[in-house]
Design a protein. Structure first.
Length: 342
């Protein structure tokens, strides 16, 4: 058991006899082990050289094992950590070499609904810091009800940044699902049109379907690992993130400017959702939506909706919260999955 400390099995047997005795003579050690004294002598010399035992008047004694073996244990741990670092470096060199020689290691084509669904769950399961998403209407392989990993990832502290296409927000009941995600800690924005479906985990791997959700035939997706292509996908996300409008539709506490209903209405308006869809999503009449918008316009002396949006941005009415304020409002329980992830 002490081989990890540089002790041979024979040395360990002799050492244990000395530890269990007191001022043990060489012949006593040999008798207890059932070997000749000549076999014990070189082992005792080795233990003396390692500083594990001392010789007093021809007898051998041991210091407390935690004292004598402690430095060896620390040294062994240092060597183990150095070995781990070396293995990690070699593994990275291997992956880099493989990627240079084999393009399949950079982009892997995933075929079939089940395979794409497994990858969509796997990249969330492996996320440790950040998850980036383009969310479009419909889905290729996995609906919101099948996404069991988002809440678990958020519980680990993974930050979700999500851009929703306006068409998705206009689907019946969709605002309720998006609201659950925001209350779970998601930072959400919306934009009129997104180029592709996309999921990126820790900027180290991305999943991107290669066909639209209404295409015929078996769906396919590209799994993109660290490469210039992945860097381009991350940059694409950041460009659209800057262009998108903050989506603040949660039941936030009233401010001096907006109550929660007004905040939802204004957020959906700036996100490009039509008045009719806003009325449906907020469960109010079309005329009520128009009346509330007119009230907001009068409040900031705006004559057009564009002026209203500009004033809302200037006044910070829809500013996003800082990451430190993105904990679930119920003290830690995360909501159910909220979107068609891929």
């Amino acid at each position: 058991m002490l081989e990890a400390l540089g002790m041979t099995p024979e040395e360990e047997r002799v050492y244990r006899v000395i530890v269990g005795g007191y001022r043990t003579a060489p012949e006593e050690i040999a008798d207890r082990l059932g070997v000749g004294r000549g076999e014990v002598a070189p082992i005792l010399e080795a233990l003396l050289a390692k500083g594990l035992v001392s010789r007093i008047d021809g007898h051998y004694v041991s210091a407390p094992p935690d004292v004598s073996l402690g430095p060896l244990l620390v040294h062994g741990q240092e060597k183990l950590e150095a070995a781990r670092a070396a293995v990690s470096q070699l593994a990275e060199e291997y992956r880099g070499s493989v990627r240079r020689r084999d393009s399949a290691q950079l982009v892997e084509v995933i075929t079939g609904v089940d395979a794409i669904r497994r990858q969509a769950l796997a990249i969330q399961r492996g996320a440790r810091e950040e998850s980036l998403w383009f969310c479009l209407a419909g889905n290729v392989a996995m609906a919101a009800s099948e996404n069991v990993e988002e809440a678990l990832a958020q519980a680990r502290g993974v930050q979700y940044r999500v851009i929703y296409e306006t068409g998705l927000l206009e689907e019946p009941g969709r605002i309720v699902n998006v609201l659950e995600g925001i209350e779970g800690g998601e930072i959400a924005r919306s934009i009129s049109k997104l180029p592709v479906r996309l999921a990126i985990s820790d900027r180290s791997v991305a999943l991107c379907p290669l066909v639209s959700h209404d295409s015929t035939g078996e769906p396919t997706a590209a799994l993109v690992r660290e490469s210039s292509l992945l860097s381009a996908l991350v940059a694409l996300f950041e460009v659209y993130w800057e262009r998108a409008s903050p989506l603040r539709i949660g039941d936030t506490a009233p401010t001096s400017h907006l109550d929660p209903d007004e905040r939802r209405l204004l957020s959906l308006l700036i996100g490009g959702v039509s008045d009719k869809s806003i009325a449906t999503q907020l469960n109010v009449s079309y005329r009520t939506v128009q009346r509330r918008l007119q009230d907001l316009m009068r409040r900031v002396n705006a004559r057009t909706r564009m002026q209203l949006a500009w004033q809302a941005s200037k006044l910070g009415w829809l500013d996003e919260p800082s990451p430190g304020h993105l904990l679930p409002r119920d003290g830690g329980r995360h909501p159910e999955p909220v979107r068609d992830v891929i």
